[in-house]
Design a protein around this ligand. Sequence first.
Ligand code: PLP
Length: 428
Amino acid sequence: MTVTARPTPPELSFAGGFDPYVVRDDFPILSTTVNGKPLVYLDSASTSQKPNVVIEAVDTFYREYNANVHRGIYTIGERSTAAYERARATVARFINAPDAHEVVFTRNATEAINLVAYSWGRRNVNRGDAVILTEMEHHANLVPWQLLAQERDGDLEFIPITDDGLLRLDVFEVLLRLKPKLVAFTHVSNTLGTINLVAEMTEMAHAAGALVLIDGAQAVPHVPVDVQAIGADFYAFSGHKMLGPTGSGALWARRELLEAMPPFLAGGEMIREVHLRRSDFNDIPWKFEAGTPDIAAAIGFGAAAEYLMTLGMDRVREHERELTAYALDTLASELPWLELYGPMHADLRGGVVPFNVPGVHPHDVAQVLDRYGIAVRAGHHCTMPLHERLDLAATARASFNVYSVREDVDALIEGLREVVKLFGEPVR
Ligand code: PLP
């Protein structure tokens, strides 16, 4: 492994176009074998694989300048603080945040949403106040609001979906008459892949006087995200789904909101002055980063954002749109008995393809696929209410990222043929 002081953006051997086969060379795990077969990784919506630049950024931190941040007045402490804050600036640039100090590092998207629910929510949601969510939310953007509503005696309302997985904006319009305090929804569904009309929905919510939180966990890795263009108030996302290390995530929020919010966790780093009976808090974002952060993960997160910006998020989206269209077409034509869910047009969805083999539990499907080195997720994907709405106990899910290629889809089709050889040809 080559170790450099600061990861430099990768040299791309293709200009203008996007070549996923070249990109794949940056991901060492993709040349491993599983059960004697080349790994076919189709679970990027759970967590993405990591390119060399990210692995090297983490490795270099621990080998060369591991030290706590914002504390040591010595060379490696200063270097680690500079790298940590540089990562914050890179992540801010990645989502076009106007100010890097509006980006709070968290462990993941879940923590980012909980931060808002605890800090902003407990100050602003009172008895009878409505918070509007949707039927397609991941549990991370559902359970924190349930706890808040129970504690504050608030009201939760839900934007329903159509049978093909689109949000009913006509019903949203009606719900907005409740004058909600907050509308919180996912940018891209982790189960159906639906890409929601976030800017339009934000405008509608603002016109009704509500603030907007967007769960961007499945958007930032796959579509260009510009928080200023979207106009939302809070935007939560995970670093580990966008090629960064596990333990990395972020909350972006408008400065005035963060400044007015009380701390979420308390302890070291988030304070300016502490007395025995009271304390003054640090400026944003550090007011929300109590204790020693996951410094290596944050630095790796910055390297991942840099890598994706070098690839170009427009090109990433186009690659995944094209691959999703290929997957939807070939799965439907090669395996006519396969049940597919979500919007059937790739323009309306990200690279997430949920499916079922009729009569076979998705866990069995996933287990058979694993024998052929194919990794898919099976279960409810942390969207139990969505599965209930669609009257499904569980689904299997294939999900893509920058390194996914048509051959992965072809391998999935061959793997599913093996499933039916074992369990019998299903009838639809
Ligand atoms: N929101 C969505 C839409 C997700 O898909 C996920 C994870 O799958 C999360 C939130 C939670 O992300 P994390 O596990 O990084 O907290």
